[in-house]
Write a protein that binds this ligand. Structure first.
Ligand SMILES: [Zn+2]
Length: 91
């Protein structure tokens, strides 16, 4: 039996309004990482989640936030699931 896998892909971004896409506060000396986007300069607006068992999951089965953290809903916690997260898409 192969292990169930959940693959997460980011499919939409928008420029972080807090740092205007810089990823930091723009200080000339020791710029501070932007707290809102964690230094990425962009926020996640859309994700796609593919389950090796059920295929693409409907939006009602997961939740996510602008930092790209994904929360699976209605999954059996006893089942061993491998979650494949996207690589850090920092440029
Ligand atoms: Zn930012």
């Amino acid at each position: 039996m192969t292990r169930r896998t959940i693959t997460i892909r980011y499919t939409g971004f928008r420029e972080c309004p807090n740092c205007e896409g810089r990823g930091d506060d723009g200080a000339a000396w020791r710029p501070m990482e932007c707290r809102r986007c964690k230094g990425r300069g962009k926020l996640v607006t859309d994700v796609e989640i593919e389950d090796s068992v059920e295929g693409l999951l409907p939006r009602s089965r997961y939740d996510f936030n602008a930092q790209g953290e994904v929360f699976l809903l209605d999954f059996d916690e006893d089942e061993e699931i491998e979650v494949i997260r996207p690589e850090d898409q920092r440029d």
